[in-house]
Design a protein around this ligand. Structure first.
Ligand SMILES: [Cu+2]
Length: 284
């Protein structure tokens, strides 16, 4: 199968989200605009799935597709376990409750600091009151993004909001690009991304080793691994899932623009989930 054909077949499941600031700006704003955008987005998404076109921008806006992310806490205390709770509110102002299972969960939450540090991926529980709750401990101060990734009415969405953690933040520059990363506990991950170019299909192949030996990962969220990619500067969110890569954990994706991205690979081995982070340079 040719690479483009593979990508086409994969696109329905691909939560690739991006686009320019113009589009994002349109999606952010008063409810009225959000609702207007909703009709258009929905139509585009339905069409897009048929056509295997990339999804519209995601992860930059707090509302879209007629839905809004409402965080009940926008500030957490540093270091101690806190409850993060939120709702996804529809155009009628009510909390949405009918979410669809995607990648084994009805809601995926990613928390990451603005500089790409402190990545966490958690799965909250939906209460009868329509509120999602999860315990979260964030060790470092600073400004964070909370991404709520879910599927509703057949449409995959990622909405995001800001969260602050008290104290003085010690932001760090994005680590230099590397093809190998430490995942802790003796695990090391190698990345082969070829020459990644903007707006071109890219295959990201990860090989996991422990004590120098290649290991085969265990299923995690219904796949061989889980990958989140965030663009440096605005944290535009790209959430992809793997294709069959044999020994490697392999993903197909398309970077929307040149620049640097932080990739967070999560894999499971011997019942535990590990994370390896990479900086990926994408050329024009
Ligand atoms: Cu998840």
């Amino acid at each position: 199968m040719t690479a483009p054909a593979k990508l086409a077949g994969f696109a329905a499941a691909l939560l690739l989200v991006f686009g320019g600031a113009t589009v994002a700006g349109g999606a952010i704003g008063p409810d009225r605009e959000g609702s207007d955008a909703a009709a258009g987005d929905g139509a585009m998404a339905a069409h897009g799935e048929d056509e295997a076109a990339p999804d519209p921008v995601r992860g930059l806006a707090v509302s879209g597709g007629g839905l809004r992310l409402v965080l009940n806490e926008t500030e957490l205390r540093r270091g101690r376990p806190s409850e993060l709770s939120f709702s996804i509110v529809g155009a009628d102002g009510r909390a949405v409750r009918d979410f669809e299972v995607e990648h084994e969960k009805r809601m995926h939450v990613i928390v990451v600091r603005r500089d790409g540090q402190g990545f966490q991926h958690v799965h909250p529980v939906l209460g009868g009151d329509g509120v999602w709750r999860v315990e979260l401990a964030v060790p470092d101060a600073g400004a964070y993004r909370v991404f709520a990734d879910f599927k509703h009415d057949g449409e995959a969405q990622t909405l995001a909001a800001d969260l602050t953690v008290d104290g003085e933040a010690a932001y760090q520059p994005l680590p230099a690009p590397a093809t190998s990363a430490d995942a802790g506990e003796g695990y090391r991950v190698r990345l082969n991304a070829g020459a990644a170019r903007a707006e071109r299909e890219a295959e990201l192949r990860f090989t996991v080793t422990r004590a120098g030996k290649t290991i085969r990962t265990e299923p995690y969220l219904g796949a061989g691994g889980h990958l989140v990619a965030l663009r440096e500067g605005d944290l535009a969110f790209l959430h992809v899932h793997p294709e069959d890569g044999g020994e490697a954990v392999s993903f197909l994706t398309e970077f929307p623009s040149e620049g640097r991205y932080r990739l967070y690979l999560q894999f499971k081995h011997e019942g535990r989930v590990h994370t390896a982070a990479f900086t990926q340079e994408v050329a024009r």
